[in-house]
Design a protein around this ligand. Structure first.
Ligand code: C5P
Length: 243
């Protein structure tokens, strides 16, 4: 069998050419990175967990009418996704202060925010993904005003859905990052959620204990990342506890 053509290799995923036009295969690696890849480890099984978890969120979003690139899971580590033109921004939504925002603004971790706060970060490893404003986004042409409005609307819908799903299993969605891509349908362009939604890109705290169940476990060496992600997957019913 001919080897598949690799389109792109990122820190935690690889994209291969898909079997049909305008599709890609998204492969989830076991690599974990933090602090702009200064910290790196291979955590056996992480890719399998994130493939399942991202499938769970993305297929749920599709089902309620929030468009995503997810088509179907192919196997333990791969999913078929729509090809998109990625907007070079990381869109972060925060419900509670944590991470870089808590530090930047001197707000105690865990403080409830008055409303969800959306931030844009420029996807640029060499610059360390700097925070940018809507003014920058539009002035430098990374996205149009209409795109910004659409990204905000999309991000808030993802926030409501994922917050609700997580609340149902006793987990608080503190914040998360999504990536958004353009698809072209006739003369129209539409923005859809791309990349992944998993504990790699969310902060998830147990509602009762505030135990961290996300990549902060790896970032700050506070336990087993596999145990944390397995806990999330088990509560959501997407993985058997020892499976
Ligand atoms: O580090 P910071 O507090 O800005 O991260 C906000 C949210 O975005 C966290 O859930 C984090 O996991 C996610 N994030 C990400 N990829 C990045 C930066 C942040 O998934 N490159």
């Amino acid at each position: 069998m001919a080897r598949r053509r690799m389109i792109y290799e990122g820190k935690a995923k690889i994209l291969y050419e898909g079997p049909e036009p305008d599709t890609l295969i998204q492969y989830f690696k076991d690599d974990a990175t933090a602090f702009n890849a200064q910290k790196h480890a291979v955590i056996e099984g992480k890719g399998v967990l994130n493939n399942r978890l991202s499938e769970h969120f993305m297929s749920g979003l599709n089902a309620i009418g929030v468009p995503t690139h997810f088509i179907r899971r192919l196997n333990m580590r791969e999913q078929l996704v729509r090809m998109v033109e990625i907007i070079p921004l990381e869109v972060v939504v925060r419900n509670f202060a944590a991470g870089s925002m808590a530090k930047r603004l001197g707000i105690d971790e865990g403080t409830a925010l008055p409303r969800p706060i959306i931030e844009f970060y420029l996807k640029d490893d060499a610059l360390g993904d700097p925070l940018v404003t809507e003014e920058h986004v539009i002035a430098f042409g990374w996205a149009s005003q209409q795109d910004v409005d659409d990204m905000v609307a999309l991000a808030l819908r993802v926030n409501d859905f994922v917050s609700g799903v997580m609340y149902g299993v006793g987990i608080r969605l503190v914040d998360f990052k999504i990536e958004i891509g353009r698809v072209f349908e006739g003369d129209f362009q539409r923005l859809i959620v791309a990349d992944e939604i998993s504990p790699d890109s969310c902060r998830l705290w147990d509602i009762e204990t505030n135990q961290k169940l996300d990549k902060d476990v790896f970032r700050h060496d506070i336990g087993s990342l596999t145990d944390a992600y397995t806990e999330v997957a088990t509560r959501l019913g997407v993985m058997p506890r020892n499976g």
